[in-house]
Design a protein around this ligand. Structure first.
Ligand code: F6P
Length: 319
């Protein structure tokens, strides 16, 4: 292993920069050359590759986004695009590749691995939707952002005595809604993993109002459907004036939490160590607070389990 390549792909996640910094510095410490690939698989097939040095990653550990930039790349899924990528890897003498991203990114990495390229994957997605790992980098920062927003919405909800529907991201996964809803003291949390009953949500609004509550926050995961329809139904059935806030991409940015910086640093470091030890085709993750690595194939097979106990607890705590 002489030259390591690194790229970030798919939706960016706070903490990616900490991981890039860790990969670059661990590689240089071990006398390896590091090539930064711009804009994910796009940069790989277009040859947007530059050597990185210690200073390339100065002043980034606390920054959101990814200094290597990111993209979703359809061309990489075509045979022609994929062959271009293989050619660029050869031209730049990349002996091992470290990819940061979510599910889609891992699929691309697996294809490269099957074509003989040593690859290590680091889970980075705010959605926390990968089953093989307890945690993916960026999740806690996104939750902190959502909780901050929910707190602000609660102020105005109280002033006006309204119900407020807050939609958070997460694709098909309800983790951001669950964690931010619990920490933000939401009265109801609606996630795609659990059937929900709008009558119960409305009953909670009425019960809250009857016992003098002025605010009412309903956190919904984007995967459940249309926030405006939820809001209309609440207004119709309870008579409470209702507003909708879709938090959107604000959840993807911002300075990473300490936890995301540390996870990025640890996983970046481990990824380089694995390549040096001639291990590849591995996905890094966290299980019971330990960094683990498993084969990418195995990682795909493990389905994400929603924490139903935590969800049921939030129902008790928000009565
Ligand atoms: O996967 C991260 C995520 O932010 C999802 O929560 C969301 O559904 C999606 O990406 C948005 O994608 P884009 O940035 O392409 O609009």
């Amino acid at each position: 292993m002489k030259t390591v390549g690194i790229l970030t792909s798919g939706g960016d996640a706070p903490g990616m920069n900490a991981a890039i910094r860790s990969v670059v510095r661990t590689s240089i410490f071990n006398k390896l050359k590091v090539m930064g690939i711009k804009q994910g698989y796009n940069g790989l097939l277009n040859g947007e590759v530059e050597e990185m040095n210690l200073s390339s990653v100065a002043d980034i550990i606390h920054r959101g986004g990814t200094m290597l930039r990111s993209a979703r790349c359809d061309e990489f899924t075509t045979e022609e695009g994929f062959n271009k990528a293989l050619n660029v890897i050869e031209v730049f003498g990349i002996d091992g590749l470290i990819v940061l991203g979510g599910d889609g990114t891992f699929k691309g990495a697996k294809k490269l691995y099957d074509a003989g390229i040593p690859v290590i994957c680091i889970p980075c997605t705010i959605d926390n939707d990968m089953g093989y790992t307890d945690y993916s980098i960026g999740f806690m920062t996104a939750v902190e952002t959502a909780v901050d927003a929910i707190g602000k919405i609660r102020d105005t909800s109280t002033s006006h005595g309204r119900a407020n529907v807050v939609e958070v991201m997460g694709r098909g996964c309800g983790d951001i809604a669950l964690y931010s809803g619990l920490s933000g003291g939401a009265e109801s949390i609606i996630v795609p993993e659990v059937d929900f009953d709008m009558d119960e949500v409305c009953r909670r609004v009425i019960q809250g109002r009857n016992r003098g509550k002025l605010h009412h926050i309903i956190v919904i995961a984007e995967g459940i459907g249309n926030a405006y329809e939820v809001s209309e139904e609440i207004e119709e059935k309870t008579g409470a004036e209702t507003r909708v806030t879709i938090l959107g991409h604000i959840q993807r940015g911002g300075s990473p939490t300490v936890f995301d910086r540390i996870m990025g640093s640890k996983m970046g470091n481990r990824a380089v160590e694995l390549l040096i030890a001639n291990k590849s085709g591995r996905a890094l993750g966290i299980k019971c607070n330990e960094i683990i690595d498993i084969s990418i194939d195995e990682a795909f097979k493990i389905k994400k389990e929603f924490d139903i106990n935590m969800y049921n607890m939030t129902k008790i705590l928000s009565i």
